[in-house]
Design a protein around this ligand. Structure first.
Ligand SMILES: Nc1ncnc2c1ncn2[C@@H]1O[C@H](COP(=O)(O)OP(=O)(O)OP(=O)(O)O)[C@@H](O)[C@H]1O
Length: 361
C-alpha cells in the first residue's frame, strides 16, 4: 500500500536505508531525506550522479519488501564549505591539488579529477596555479587559446569539454613567468582567481605549484580554500615530501581532505598481474598516520600519460574505461569527504549567477 506508514516514519525509514547504503549514522542522512507530495526525495550533498540510479533502485526494492510503494527521486546539491576568507564570486568550493614534490602527476590528477567530478554531475572549473610550469593548457590541448574580455577588466575562462579553465599559460609566455619572484607569482594567482568571470561552480580545482616553499604557503593563505588534496607517489622520498605538504597546509589551517597515490602500481596488460614499481603501501601508511582518507590509487599507465600529453585527458577521452571509473571513484570520495567533514556555509551571497552564459553539459 502506498505510504502505509505515517509520512515522518516513512522518511525516517528512508534515512535509515540511505545510512545503511553509505555505512553512515542516520543523523548524517536524515537531513538528505524528505517527502514531497507522493514522492520520496533524497538530496545528496555530494556529487555521485552515476550512482543515483543504483541508489534509487536499492531504496525502491527495500521499500517494496516492506510493502511501501513510493516513487523515489535521488538528486544532489553541493554546499559551499565555510572558509575564513570571503568566498570568491560564483565559486562554492576551491580545492587545491598539491604535492610536496614535482613530477608526481599533480597536474594529470587535477585535470582527470576535474573531468571526473563533472561526470558525477558537478559544475567544475580548473585553475592552473603552477605559475612556473603551467601544464593545464597542454593537457586540455588548447595552448593557443586566449581568454577574451568583455569589460576590459575580467577574463572569460576557456571552455573545454564541459569544464571552464584559466591558466597563466594562456596569458604570458612560459619564459616570462619563469623569472617572476614569489610575491609576483602569488599576485598572479590571486588575479587569475579574482579577475576571471567564473560561472557558478561547485568546485574550482587549483593545480598548485609543486613543493612546500614560501610561494605555496602564501598562495594557500591568500585563497579561500575549502581544502586540499595531496598527490604523492609511493616511494619513501615522495612520501617524506608529502608529509611536508600536509604540515604546510596544517600550518595555515587548510583542511587536508585526503591523499591520492599516483603511479601506485603497474598492471600487466596480458596477465593482469600488478607490479609495485615504486614500492607498495606507502600511501595507505601515510593516510593511516595522519588519519586521512586515501581517496584513490591510480596506476602507472601508458594511456594516462598519452592522453594527458596529447591534450585529451583520459577521463574525458575514454569515459567508459576502468581507469576513468577509478578517477570517478576518487572524485566521489573527495566530494563525499568534503560534505561529511567540512561545515557548510549558511549563506551563499557570493553566488551571483552566470555572467557569461556558460552551458554546462
Ligand atoms: N598515472 C600515470 N601513469 C603514467 N604517466 C603519468 C601518470 N601520472 C602522470 N603521468 C605522466 O607523468 C608526467 C608528469 O605528470 P604531471 O605533469 O601531471 O606531474 P606534476 O606533478 O604536475 O609535475 P610538475 O611538478 O612539473 O608540476 C607527465 O608526462 C604525465 O603524463
Amino acid at each position: 500500500m502506498f505510504f502505509s506508514r505515517k509520512p515522518d516514519k516513512t522518511v525516517e525509514h528512508l534515512a535509515g536505508l540511505v545510512a545503511k547504503y553509505y555505512s553512515l549514522p542516520i543523523e548524517e542522512t536524515r537531513p538528505w531525506c524528505r517527502q514531497d507530495n507522493d514522492k520520496l526525495v533524497v538530496t545528496l550533498p555530494f556529487c555521485a550522479a552515476t550512482q543515483h540510479q543504483r541508489l534509487r533502485q536499492h531504496i525502491e526494492d527495500s521499500l517494496q519488501a516492506k510493502e511501501i510503494h513510493a516513487a523515489v527521486e535521488v538528486t544532489q546539491q553541493i554546499p559551499s564549505a565555510q572558509t575564513k576568507l570571503p568566498g570568491v564570486t560564483n565559486i562554492r568550493n576551491i580545492v587545491a591539488i598539491a604535492s610536496g614534490k614535482g613530477g608526481v602527476g599533480k597536474s594529470t590528477t587535477s585535470i582527470n579529477l576535474a573531468f571526473a567530478l563533472q561526470q558525477e554531475g558537478a559544475r567544475v572549473g580548473v585553475l592552473d596555479a603552477d605559475i612556473y610550469g603551467p601544464s593545464i593548457p597542454i593537457m586540455l590541448g588548447n595552448t593557443s587559446a586566449r581568454p577574451a574580455s568583455v569589460d576590459g577588466k575580467h577574463m572569460q575562462p576557456i571552455e573545454v569539454g564541459g569544464l571552464v579553465a584559466n591558466s597563466i599559460g594562456y596569458l604570458v609566455p612560459e619564459e616570462d613567468a619563469a623569472v617572476w619572484r614569489g610575491p609576483m607569482a602569488s599576485r598572479a594567482l590571486k588575479q587569475l582567481i579574482d579577475e576571471t568571470h567564473w560561472p557558478v561552480l561547485d568546485y574550482l580545482i587549483v593545480d598548485m605549484p609543486p613543493g612546500t616553499g614560501d610561494i605555496q604557503l602564501t598562495m594557500a593563505q591568500q585563497v579561500p580554500l575549502s581544502g586540499a588534496v595531496i598527490v604523492t607517489t609511493p616511494q619513501d622520498l615522495a612520501l617524506a615530501d608529502a608529509q611536508k605538504g600536509i604540515a604546510m597546509l596544517n600550518k595555515v589551517n587548510v583542511p587536508v581532505l585526503g591523499l591520492i597515490e599516483n603511479m601506485s602500481y603497474y598492471q600487466c596488460r596480458s596477465c593482469g598481474a600488478k607490479e609495485y614499481v615504486f614500492s607498495h603501501g606507502g600511501g595507505t601508511k601515510l593516510a593511516e598516520r595522519y588519519d586521512l582518507p586515501l581517496l584513490g590509487a591510480m596506476p602507472l599507465d601508458m594511456q594516462i600519460r598519452e592522453h594527458a600529453d596529447s591534450g585529451a585527458p583520459l577521463v574525458s577521452a575514454e569515459p567508459d574505461s576502468p581507469l576513468a571509473e577509478a578517477y570517478r571513484e576518487a572524485a566521489r570520495a573527495l566530494s563525499m569527504t568534503m560534505s561529511l567533514t567540512l561545515s557548510a556555509r549558511t549563506d551563499e551571497t557570493n553566488i551571483k549567477g552566470d555572467p557569461i552564459g556558460v552551458r554546462f553539459q
